[in-house]
Design a protein around this ligand. Structure first.
Ligand code: IPM
Ligand code: MG
Length: 394
């Protein structure tokens, strides 16, 4: 299985480096090739999505993507801005189905700004249509208005549009996902105002006829934004257009404590996938050792599950991942792995000597923000002393 590794910019480079280490330790039959994307690619090749990067992405089974963007590129013409790289990959690979789960791990309940009882045990799935809507709709641009409130004035415009097959295929994805969960789909629209979303609602209703075992609910987007913070656990699968789900998925991230916790997988009809964290490049905290890394490790899990058999085989051989962080994160990491017993949390240097690992030659570590930078450094130094071959951030 071939993986294109596209770290991108800012914190993307930090977290992808961690995910790659985990993949390497698992010793799976993966071929990984790294390429530049986003601002880094613009600096090197004058384009955020160079031909060579796109070619690699197309030729790979999966793409591990970090994040793109930095304020220093904000003044570039739009086609050259780093964000165009992710939009270009979505468009060129036809990655129309975006899965954005929002799971609130019990240990992180207090990290959310919502009351614990509202979010403890939350497990919802936002399915985002990713290649249509106002994001890609033509025409778009700037012109002089010939009508409207100010004829003759400069104006800018975008086009919101959805074709029937575009809605049908994402509706199928949502209903099929719901079948594997709690069998409830909430389709979010703005049918009370927009033609595009009246059509969306009609088509989703039509597709629903093929899924009588799944409950379908329609909700206006403004109400959905409110219900997500009022009673988030009432949702199971949420499906909506590109723009609405961009916004709702950021809102949903706070239900889990932090946008830093959200993984995202974008698939096309050939099941090729781009796996990434939902957050951006975080230029404000880049290089402050603040990256959690969990979101991209989570995003990596579907890659791992594609080679399930090998993972299980390897689990028997004993690679261990040590999480440098607060002990509460034990289960968090455990849920992401095929072999939870291979994952240990180390919060203090004294604990390092007590670690009883089946094979000390196959050890990797990840860092968490839950310890101070100094404490983290001390634990890492102790780990390096005890396991000279440990894989971790340099
Ligand atoms: C996301 C991001 C992107 C989007 C940006 C970086 C173009 O916000 O993946 O949610 O708007 O889709
Ligand atoms: Mg977004």
């Amino acid at each position: 299985m071939k993986i294109a590794v596209l770290p991108g910019d800012g914190i993307g480079t930090e977290i992808v480096a961690e995910a790659v280490k985990v993949l390497k330790v698992l010793n799976l039959p993966l071929e990984m090739e790294t390429a530049l994307v986003g601002g880094a690619a613009y600096d090197a090749h004058g384009h955020p999505l160079p031909e060579s990067t796109l070619k690699l992405a197309k030729a790979s089974d999966a793409i591990l993507f970090g994040a793109v963007g930095d304020w220093k590129y904000d003044k570039l013409d739009r086609p050259l801005r780093p964000e165009q790289a992710i939009l270009g990959l979505r468009k060129n690979l036809g990655l129309f189905a975006n899965f954005r789960p929002a799971i609130c791990y019990e240990q992180l309940v207090s990290a959310s700004s919502l009351k614990p009882e509202l979010i403890a045990g939350l497990d919802i799935l936002i399915i985002r249509e990713l290649t249509g809507d106002i994001y890609f709709g033509q025409p778009r641009g700037k012109r002089v208005a010939t009508d409207g409130h100010f004829p003759g004035a400069e104006e800018a415009f975008d086009t919101m549009r959805y074709s029937k097959p575009e809605i049908e295929r994402i509706a199928h994805v949502a209903f099929q996902a719901a079948r594997k969960r709690n069998k409830k789909v909430t389709s979010v629209d703005k049918a009370n105002v927009l033609e595009t979303f009246q059509f969306w609602k009609d088509v989703v209703t039509e597709v629903h006829a093929q899924y009588p075992d799944v409950e379908l609910q329609h909700m206006y987007v403004d109400n959905a934004a409110m219900q997500l913070v009022k009673a988030p656990k009432a949702f199971d699968v949420v499906v909506t257009g590109n723009m609405f789900s961009d916004i709702l998925s950021d809102e949903a991230s706070m239900l889990t404590g932090s946008i830093g916790m959200l993984p995202s997988a974008s698939l096309n009809s050939k099941n090729q996938g781009l796996y990434e964290p939902s957050h951006g490049s975080a230029p404000d905290i880049y290089e402050l050792c603040a990256a959690r890394g969990l979101e991209v490790i989570d995003a990596t899990c579907p890659l791992v599950s594609k080679v399930h058999a090998e993972v299980r085989r390897y689990a028997g051989k004993g690679a261990t991942v040590l999480l440098v962080g607060h002990e509460d994160h034990d289960e968090v990491i455990g849920t992401t792995g095929e072999a939870p017993d291979r994952i240990h949390v180390v919060s203090h240097p004294d604990e390092v000597d007590k670690l009883d690992l089946p094979d000390p030659s196959k050890v990797a570590y990840l860092t968490q923000t839950t310890l101070s930078v100094d404490d983290t450094r001390e634990v890492i130094e102790a780990l390096r002393r005890r396991f000279p071959r440990i894989v971790g951030p340099s």
